[in-house]
Design a protein around this ligand. Structure first.
Ligand SMILES: NC(=O)C1=CN([C@@H]2O[C@H](COP(=O)(O)OP(=O)(O)OC[C@H]3O[C@@H](n4cnc5c(N)ncnc54)[C@H](OP(=O)(O)O)[C@@H]3O)[C@@H](O)[C@H]2O)C=CC1
Ligand SMILES: CC(C)(CO)C(=O)C(=O)O
Length: 325
């Protein structure tokens, strides 16, 4: 089984190192100093249990790697549409594309059934680049739970978690999903195949939708923004608006908003990825995490006053920092 991880930074590097360590036929697409370091010295993974350096096949050119059984995309959401063309050499007749990106996935309405079937999402797939360039039938969904960081070129620090939930857009336990699940499990990762991945997408998205922009606007860590009365209320209102949208789309939440916010607080003094991106001058995943939910509000005819307000503020915050178009 040939697996290529496209965008092998923090999450892709973590997954790639675990797969390589387990002897899988895995290759990595990365760029810049991080790629150069991995090619020269191998990929170093630091985990709580210890650290390991694994030799990896890595390139910035998909043509060097050729057609794959699985391409696991672990780019930031806004980085995917511009590289769809560059990814084509990795795609053969039976290639599965695994979308390991936070936010509402571009394939959300593929095989969902009902009135919304086939709806495209401009906020995450402008110009239908992924829908047309990959084709939705190739897609296997993934919710990424681990936290990791590239702490220096060629070095990934794993922080917590090892679950990558997988799910077919139609909810089936397909051979391709089961085979990837087994390969990831052999590498020491949890990769359950879920019949209702969209439910999991929303529980994760609840947090990213609200905590991430609030942290970028306030520079507060999760424990603080989830317990301060004012920001907790803002997060709660955003989540309730999102819940109304998701429930119209058939999602069932296994917990309520207060439990989700308490879960965020329990993570502790964590600076969300959007705050980290802002601080480091990197583009922020505003469209995938917040704009996409506003778009779904429009699609389902659901008012989103709090989401609209926070989105406008964080967009301007990012624009002023030169990090948003
Ligand atoms: N990190 C985390 O803890 C978590 C992340 N996620 C999600 O996972 C996804 C990936 O995040 P993360 O791993 O943090 O992101 P990273 O930025 O660490 O990884 C993406 C990598 O792809 C590289 N890249 C970008 N464009 C190209 C290109 N055209 N060709 C080759 N390489 C390219 C980037 O290089 P460069 O640095 O030069 O841009 C970077 O090394 C995101 O959607 C994120 O929200 C989900 C849960 C937790
Ligand atoms: C906020 C958190 C921990 C999840 O809600 C996260 O995933 C992030 O920092 O991007």
């Amino acid at each position: 089984m040939k697996i290529c991880i496209f965008g092998a930074g923090a999450i892709g590097g973590y997954m790639g190192a675990k797969l390589a360590q387990a002897g899988a036929d895995v290759s990595l697409v990365a760029r810049g100093p991080h790629l150069a370091a991995m090619k020269e010295n191998g990929l170093r993974l630091i985990e709580e249990e210890g650290e390991v350096t694994v030799p990896v096949t890595a390139s910035d050119n998909a043509a060097d790697l050729g057609p794959q059984d699985y391409v696991i995309v672990t780019l930031k959401a806004h980085s995917v549409p511009p590289v769809v063309d560059k990814m084509q050499p990795l795609i053969g007749e039976n290639t599965t594309i695994v979308s390991g990106v936070n936010g509402v996935p571009w394939w959300y309405f593929h095989k969902i059934g009902g009135d919304y079937e086939g709806t495209r999402l401009h906020s995450v797939d402008p110009g239908d680049a992924q829908w047309n360039g990959f084709g939705p039938d190739r897609v296997l969904g993934c919710v990424v739970y681990p936290a990791a960081e590239v702490i220096e070129p060629g070095v990934v620090k794993h922080i917590e978690g090892n679950r990558f939930s997988l799910g077919e857009p139609d909810g089936s336990k397909s051979d391709r999903a089961m085979a990837l699940s087994k390969a990831l499990a052999s590498a020491g990762l949890k990769a359950p195949v879920r019949p209702k991945l969209r439910d999991e997408i929303w529980v994760k998205l609840w947090g990213n939708l609200s905590f991430n922009p609030i942290s970028a606007l306030t520079h507060a860590t999760l424990d603080v923004l989830c317990t301060d009365g004012g920001t907790r209320a803002v997060a709660r209102n955003m989540m309730l608006e999102a819940q109304e949208i998701a429930e119209k789309l058939g999602v069932k939440f296994p917990i309520d908003v207060d439990r989700r916010i308490d879960g965020g607080a329990a993570v502790g003094a964590h600076r969300t990825s959007m705050l980290q991106d802002l601080d480091m001058g990197r583009p922020m995943e505003i469209d995938a995490l917040v704009g996409s939910v506003q778009e779904l509000g429009r699609v389902t005819g659901t008012p989103t006053p709090t989401i609209d307000t926070v989105l406008a503020l964080v967009q301007l915050r990012a624009r002023v920092a030169g990090l948003y178009g």
